[in-house]
Write a protein that binds this ligand. Structure first.
Ligand code: ZN
Length: 500
């Protein structure tokens, strides 16, 4: 019985072509689009989203799926069965969303994102407020269409990002995790002072760019199927077969440019590691945002913030950054890259405080969606929670509730996948360490291929074959747990602060 399956393959290849065309337009919007092109771009994205939704929800898809499911044994192999399961999940979701809502969301996402960028540049929350209000209304409508009985709005949206994730489970993890992260921070405060002067040395952007490109190449990011550009907020997106990364440069923050590039490079390696022959099918797609984030955080933190990495990287840094490196050595830069200090900006946070930023957003977002937090109270509530969780208070909304793009582009239920990514990353890194027999000597000689290929084989190539929780058990031998992450922080940061 290959006919309905083949029809599904061909049909969804076309849906994916529409989706990847949207991805290209969205990438352009974030990188090169002149400001005057914004309105028409929003209309273009809305039209493509409508066309993709129409095709993905076409009645014949339901017929083909039913025929495949009626005789699953006749499908050619496990790959086909896994694809049918994935399409079924997507189809049941998509058919619950009215076409008009999909079109309106696409247009408002594009316009709200532009309004957010302006509001942020001018530090003017009131300018963004009506768009956020409208976006929350649309997300509530979307969640009401999607949610099952007894499922909250937040859970319905979160399940789109991370299949199986819900607020109750997360709250159970986040409580103890927060306590232990705060305890770790207090312990480190009693350690030696760590000099992070190198993070603030002024270095020409062209030198920084040459440096981060050298590291990205060593990671194995394939330039034949990818490129690196600049944007205000680094991101990674797949456009058909090629992967677009962006990073950013500030004259006096070379470690930020490196971290952003390795982070997006990790996302890019995941996308390049997916099976291209499965384009348009679930086996050719990333399993979840949490697992996606694990790949970026693994390269950014477990590789890029390790002592062994800096042994290899220091001569490369010296070659590209020249006199800026004078007075430092590999060990000093490794310490500078691991300074723990509560701060205002999530994407610049150290490993020990990063998840506290996520917890603030997790709490606020649930209340925005269930209506218990009015939009105009967002800035003050944000600042209150920053004081409570991190002990710092944003001096303005630009560094407060306007810092992240997510809510403007409709990404609700998304933030906790960052913390899940940290937990998966630590657990995957520990499993790779066991399987490959010690990663540090490889990193110290710049040999990242064994780790990259191990991730490709055990994580990337599966696409959406398994649910994230099942994938974690298969890759690591156990269910997801915060323990490997906390062990990793204790060991590394204890050494950096002279407490090990
Ligand atoms: Zn990321």
């Amino acid at each position: 019985m290959t006919a309905p399956y083949d029809a599904l393959r061909a049909h969804f290849r076309n849906v994916a072509l529409l989706g990847s065309t949207s991805a290209l337009l969205a990438w352009d919007q974030e990188t090169y689009l002149p400001r005057g092109g914004g309105d028409r771009r929003a209309a273009q994205l809305a039209l493509l989203a409508t066309l993709a939704h129409e095709r993905a929800t076409a009645p014949q898809v339901g017929d083909w799926l039913a025929r495949c499911e009626a005789d699953a044994a006749a499908l050619v192999d496990d790959d086909a069965r896994a694809n049918v399961r994935g399409w079924r999940r997507d189809y049941d979701r998509a058919t619950r969303l009215p076409a008009a809502l999909v079109a309106e969301l696409a247009e408002v996402e594009s316009k709200a994102q532009q309004a957010w960028a302006e509001a942020r540049a001018r530090d003017d929350f009131r300018r963004f407020q009506p768009w956020l209000l409208r976006m929350i209304g649309l997300q509530q409508h979307k969640a009401d269409c999607l949610r099952l009985p007894a499922q909250s709005r937040w859970d319905a949206l979160a399940d789109l990002c991370e299949p199986g994730m819900n607020a109750a489970d997360l709250a159970q993890w986040f409580g103890p995790l927060r306590q232990r992260l705060v305890a770790l921070r207090e312990r480190l405060a009693g350690g030696r002072a760590v000099d992070d002067g190198f993070s603030r040395v002024a270095i020409p952007e062209a030198d920084q760019e040459a440096f981060v490109r050298a590291v990205l190449a060593a990671m194995g990011f394939d330039p034949k199927f990818g490129r690196l550009d600049r944007s205000a907020h680094p991101f990674c997106t797949k456009v058909g077969d090629d992967v677009r990364l962006t990073t950013r440069f500030h004259r006096d923050r070379v470690l930020d440019a490196l971290g952003s590039t390795m982070h997006e490079g990790g996302h890019g390696l995941y996308e390049q590691g997916l099976d291209m022959a499965q384009f348009g099918a679930p086996l050719g797609e990333a399993v979840s945002l949490g697992v996606h984030e694990s790949q970026s955080r693994l390269w950014e933190n477990h590789v890029g913030r390790s002592a062994a990495f800096w042994e290899w990287c220091w001569p490369i840094a010296q070659r590209h950054l020249g006199s800026a490196c004078q007075g430092y050595d590999a060990a000093a830069i490794h310490r500078a890259a691991n300074v723990v200090r509560p701060s205002l900006i999530r994407v610049e946070a150290d490993e020990a405080t990063y998840d506290l930023h996520v917890m603030v957003r997790f709490e606020i977002e649930q209340r925005l969606l269930d209506g218990s937090l009015p939009v105009d109270a967002l800035p003050s509530e944000w600042n209150r929670l920053y004081r409570e969780y991190l002990g710092v208070v944003p001096p303005d909304d630009r560094q407060g509730c306007l810092q992240d793009v997510h809510w403007s582009c409709g990404l609700f239920g998304y933030f906790p996948t960052y913390t899940l990514g940290n937990l998966y990353a630590a657990q995957f890194a520990a499993a790779a360490e066991r399987a490959l027999g010690g990663l540090a000597p490889m990193f110290a000689r710049g040999d990242f291929a064994p780790l990259r290929e191990w991730l490709r084989r055990h994580v990337h190539r599966h696409g959406r074959r398994h649910e994230p929780a099942e994938l974690c058990r298969l890759v690591t031998g156990s269910a997801l747990s915060p323990e490997p992450f906390l062990r990793h922080l204790d060991r590394k940061l204890g050494a950096v602060y002279g407490l090990a």
